[in-house]
Design a binder for this molecule. Structure first.
Ligand code: HGY
Ligand code: MN
Ligand code: MN
Ligand code: MN
Length: 402
């Protein structure tokens, strides 16, 4: 008996239980050691799907031989530190559950259908979100990607080699892209739009522009007790002022989001004036101009704060993606197939946002009663999870019938 989306979600939680607890996700490109790789492959095998990892660490499970005009669905299994149980896994679990529903209806796809698990969507290990899908589309230069380093000083190239992948081969995969006729990602909604609309399932219209910047403040390491207050160059002070500036500036630009989710003093001793401090800014807005305006104002405030404290500042753009509008035609097809499901924007980034630059792409959202995401309170009711899987099966069935 097929276990449905909720049963499959429970499997992901059981097998990959440390994927979202404790420190940073270790699951960017740890597929070789990652229990979830075996779990996904087993689930795919059980459904007669042929699992093929691609050169960039993404996993593809094929119903029918890989070929052009394939209908592709899927999401990611990695998490942010301390994340929720649905962001990513619900899309993978629903894709497998949708295959079960189609098989139960004796559906025979008239074109290839694939379930894909993208690597390192959260960028929780190597700092670049949607790393697996960016590599697939050429959205990041392979040699820059290979040099990315995790918190333990391991490069992506080393991690990929450890996962049995050849870091020399990473990069745009034209053949894989040519196979994709369209991509449909199901995802838990990260917000309360569907709660307000009183609907279990919805379609995505757009994604905010989104970038990440790393600001490093350089001061003078010294003793907390022996150093007079007038004789300090403490990098945590301008960093703290920058956190407040991000809030103030984010509020001043309509619809913008500016967040400092990570602030790391070096060395970080309680009785030590730091020698440097790293701060990551996550900025988003409806368009490039607004997003760039937020970042320019925050970095200007950071420069002033650094100068006041006699500190140096280095600003590095770690990733950037413009606003995404999903394919209107595909969204209309899905809407017609599903009846009147509502359509709504999202402030969260997704692999679908990266694929949208290359192939017709759509997203299905499942209602999240808390609206919370990237935290344990993220939730979707079992009935809504099954409604999402049924909707995905209906859409995949329709798209593979011609
Ligand atoms: O950060 C995001 O918006 C996505 O969840 N990676
Ligand atoms: Mn996420
Ligand atoms: Mn996600
Ligand atoms: Mn001492």
């Amino acid at each position: 008996m097929a276990e449905g989306a909720t049963g499959l979600l429970a499997g992901i939680e059981r097998v990959g239980m440390d994927r979202r607890r404790g420190g940073f996700s270790r699951h960017g490109f740890d597929y070789a050691e990652m229990e979830l790789r075996e779990w996904f492959s087993e689930q795919a095998d059980r459904r007669g799907l042929d699992v093929r990892p691609d050169r960039n660490g993404n996993l593809w499970a094929w119903w029918g031989p890989p070929g052009p005009n394939a209908i592709v669905t899927g999401s990611h299994l990695d998490s942010v530190p301390g994340g929720g149980a649905f962001d990513g896994p619900l899309g993978v679990a629903s894709a497998l559950a949708a295959v079960d529903l189609l098989r139960a209806r004796d559906h025979v796809p008239r074109r290839p259908l694939a379930v894909v698990v993208f690597a390192e969507e959260e960028g929780g290990r190597f700092g670049v979100p949607c790393l697996g899908s960016r590599l697939l589309t050429g959205g990041i230069v392979p040699k820059d990607a290979a040099r990315l380093m995790d918190g333990n000083g391991m490069t992506l190239a080393e991690a990929m080699s450890g996962a049995g992948l050849d870091p020399q081969r990473i990069g745009r995969d034209g053949e894989a892209l040519r196979h994709i006729g369209c991509f449909v990602e199901l995802h838990v909604e990260q917000g309360r739009g569907l709660v307000e609309l009183d609907a279990p399932v919805g379609l995505a219209t757009s994604i905010l522009a989104h970038g990440r910047w790393r600001l490093t403040f350089f001061g003078e390491g010294n003793h907390a007790g022996a150093t007079p207050m007038s004789d300090r160059r403490d990098p945590l002070v301008p960093a703290a002022r920058t956190v407040l500036a991000a809030r103030r500036i984010g509020e001043s630009v309509p619809g913008a989001r500016a967040t400092v989710g990570r602030l790391s003093p070096n060395p970080g001793g309680t009785n030590v004036i730091s020698s440097s401090a790293d701060l990551w800014l996550d900025a988003r807005a409806a368009d490039d101009a607004a997003t760039r305006a937020v970042v320019e104002q925050v970095t200007a405030a950071a420069k002033d704060a650094a100068a006041d404290e006699g500190c140096e500042l280095l600003v590095v753009e770690e990733s950037y993606g413009g606003p995404v509008t999903f394919d209107e035609g595909l969204r209309r097809t899905l809407s017609a197939t599903l009846g009147d499901v509502p359509a709504l924007p999202t402030g969260a980034g997704h692999d679908a946002g990266i694929l949208a630059a290359e192939v017709p792409t759509a997203m299905l959202f499942v209602r999240n009663p808390t609206g919370v995401s990237h935290a344990p309170a993220e939730h979707a009711e079992p009935a809504d999870c099954e409604a999402g899987a049924r909707a995905l099966a209906t859409v995949l069935g329709h798209l593979t019938s011609t």
